[in-house]
Design a protein around this ligand. Structure first.
Ligand SMILES: [Zn+2]
Length: 104
């Protein structure tokens, strides 16, 4: 099993450089995909190869190898931090009271 995580080249608002983001195309269409450097991705680029070195975001490209695979998969493996689930479980406490129990 490969742990490698491929990234996709994307553009962000107000920046001509190419950034990288996790391959969540659904989120990208909804405008909810963040690049590796924490910016909002707006459009995907067709090819990873062919991106000029001078137009690459250093923060993003510093996290992947030459083929666009993340070096550290933990960076994208984490689930949405903004959607922390709160589970309030109420555990009934056994009181141990018994009717008719005899005590000395
Ligand atoms: Zn970036």
């Amino acid at each position: 099993m490969a742990n490698e995580q491929r990234t996709i080249p994307v553009h962000v608002l107000g920046d001509e450089r190419v950034h990288l983001a996790p391959p969540h195309h659904g989120r990208l269409r909804q405008g909810r995909l963040n690049t590796l450097c924490g910016k909002q991705a707006v459009s995907e680029l067709p090819l990873f190869a062919g991106i000029e070195a001078k137009s690459r975001c250093r923060a993003c490209f510093g996290k992947v190898d030459e083929h666009g695979y993340l070096k550290d998969t933990a960076a994208v493996a984490a689930p949405d931090a903004g959607k922390a689930k709160r589970s309030a479980e109420i555990i009934p406490i056994a009181t141990g009271k018994r009717k008719g129990s005899r005590e000395k």
